[in-house]
Design a binder for this molecule. Structure first.
Ligand code: ME8
Length: 523
């Protein structure tokens, strides 16, 4: 199958017991921008998201809601689907771990592990944090303010003793280290690669991969006392969605191994250590990259239900606009770092960078074209551009390769910075060339200047589509670019704006947000 030009990107599958919040929206947004970018860049893309529905935590939440786990998960997984639809994400599939296709995939992987002697029956006696669905060793625990034992994430642990199958993780340290040596970008950012390497160097122990004290999970095929440990079950979703266990399916052959599992730093170890080890042990290829991004706080505070400061992405979008929120989340924080959400910063960026820098540029240039060029792409001599004109257009034409490089290492903020350098240069060029003066003095020169600007705006609007799809579509409408000429193959000079093309009446794309919003409030 087509090995080149395919791209498989996944979000974590979210626990259904929680309400979707800004953190979930953020991870899926980053994947959405990548998926859109790759599609426009000619790739066959598969973009997966979904919900993690088994395990003790979900079973407990269902019991607390007085529902069966199945009825509970049917109801609450819909919240995540609704959020994805509301945010306009372009996912190709939404997986639920309670689906039959997933049970089949889990049981098949289990069988492969069993056949290869990678799992064995023993018994577990140790600590378990239901909130993290994770086993912790004694030396990872601390005592919290209430005197309770907690794991590294602060989640309370309980003592568990039960028969359990174990996975021979201890056999895989050297293979993992070798894989990382050969594929140095397979865990990003670099700091996270260092983190997983030092975890492995510290020595790996076999891990418990089945539970017997409750039954909300995938039954393991060879022993009906056990259900599969929820993390093994959850990670398998990424192969389930390719059609596995049908190794001959087109989708599996096209898309496995995944190009990118995007996750938060909280679940790095599961994805970058356990998952590749499970896969290699089952004789399947590990993912090409795991990227672990940072953590959002709200106005300086940890986001938590108990503090009551959870940010609902739907409220944010209703207040500030979808593209404004998309832009802000990927611009405010260098991707990979932790970041803080504040209303002041949100409004500040939407006004200064979207309404002023980009919105005004497009609006004033297109208004001048409407007024002074009969509402058409101005007639120009393609050989008469000045040095300044060429400098601006060349910087605009160089955007695609630059942005592509950033996308390939997930430096979303730097891609935006590269585009804004051109936007700022275009604004400086307008001020310097003063086309409004040229109208009387030198209309031929005015046309050259306005053409230079609208062709640069075309580049900017095309390359920004993955970040702000609706606003860019409106900008491209105003440049009369047909919908089938908006992929990146049309970004070169051979497809530049054609003189004399009639343009629709320009209208503002990025409204200024009011200062009231800047003062904050309850989102
Ligand atoms: O861990 N800042 O699901 P989950 C940034 N089911 N990102 C955040 C965030 C924040 N404050 N809060 C949440 C699970 N996230 C498992 C995953 S995958 C096989 C199984 C995002 O619902 C971030 O991506 O707890 C984090 O990794 C994920 O939500 C955790 O989602």
């Amino acid at each position: 199958m087509a090995e080149t030009k395919r791209y498989y990107v996944t979000t974590p599958i979210y626990y259904v017991n929680d309400s979707p919040h800004i953190g979930h929206a953020y991870t899926t947004l980053a994947c959405d921008v990548l998926a859109r970018f790759k599609r426009l860049d000619g790739y066959n893309v598969h973009f997966l998201t979904g919900t993690d529905e088994h395990g003790q935590k979900v079973a407990k939440s269902a019991a607390a809601a007085g529902m069966t786990p199945q009825a509970f998960t049917d109801k609450v997984s819909q919240n995540f689907r609704d959020l994805a639809d509301f945010m306009g994400y372009s996912h190709d599939d939404f997986i639920r771990t309670t689906e039959d296709r997933h049970t089949r995939a889990c049981q098949d992987i289990w069988q492969r592990l069993l056949e290869r002697d990678q799992v064995y029956l023993g018994s577990y006696a140790g600590w378990y944090a239901v909130r993290d669905e994770a086993f912790y060793a004694e030396d990872e625990l601390t005592t919290n303010a209430e005197g309770k034992k907690v794991g590294p994430s602060g989640a309370e642990v309980e003592w568990v003793e039960e028969p359990s199958y174990f996975f021979r993780l201890s056999d895989w340290g050297d293979r993992l280290m070798a894989y990382w040596e050969e594929n140095p970008d397979s865990v990003l950012p670099k700091s996270r690669m260092n983190e997983v390497k030092s975890f492995v160097k510290g020595g790996l122990e076999d891990i418990s991969v089945s539970r017997t004290s409750f039954d909300w999970g995938v039954p393991i095929p060879n022993d009906d006392e056990h259900i599969m440990y929820v993390w093994l079950d959850a990670l398998i979703n990424y192969v389930t969605a390719t059609g596995y266990p049908d190794l001959q399916s087109d989708r599996y052959k096209t898309f496995w191994p995944a190009d990118l599992h995007m996750v938060g730093k909280d679940i790095l170890r599961f994805h970058a250590v356990f998952w590749p080890a499970f896969l290699m042990a089952a004789d399947l290829e590990p993912p090409r990259r795991v990227y672990a991004h940072g953590w959002w706080t709200n106005e300086g505070e940890k986001i938590s239900k108990s503090i009551g400061n959870v940010i609902d992405p739907i409220d944010l979008v209703n207040r500030y606009g979808l593209d404004q929120v998309r832009y802000f989340l990927l611009r405010e924080v260098p991707f990979g770092n932790d970041g803080d959400f504040s209303h002041r910063a949100m409004v500040g960026r939407a006004n200064s960078e979207l309404a002023n820098d980009l919105g005004n540029l497009a609006q004033r240039v297109l208004s001048m074209v409407a007024k002074n060029c009969d509402g058409q792409v101005p007639a120009v001599d393609m050989n008469a551009f000045s040095g300044d004109d060429q400098a601006l257009m060349e910087s605009a034409y160089s955007l695609l390769p630059q942005v592509r490089e950033h996308m390939d290492v997930q430096t979303f903020h730097e891609a935006l910075e590269a585009v804004w350098r051109v936007i700022r240069a275009a604004n400086a060029y307008v001020d310097h060339q003063a086309p409004w003066k040229l109208r009387k003095e030198d209309p031929v020169r005015m046309n050259q200047v306005l053409y230079t600007l609208i062709e640069s705006i075309r580049q900017i609007a095309l390359v920004l589509q993955p970040y702000m799809p609706d606003s860019c579509a409106r900008m491209l409408d105003q440049l009369a670019i047909p919908v089938d000429r908006r992929t990146f193959e049309f970004m070169d000079a051979a497809h530049a704006l054609v003189c004399g093309t009639p343009l629709p009446r320009p209208e503002g794309v990025f409204p200024r947000l009011s200062d009231e919003a800047e003062d904050g409030g309850d989102v």
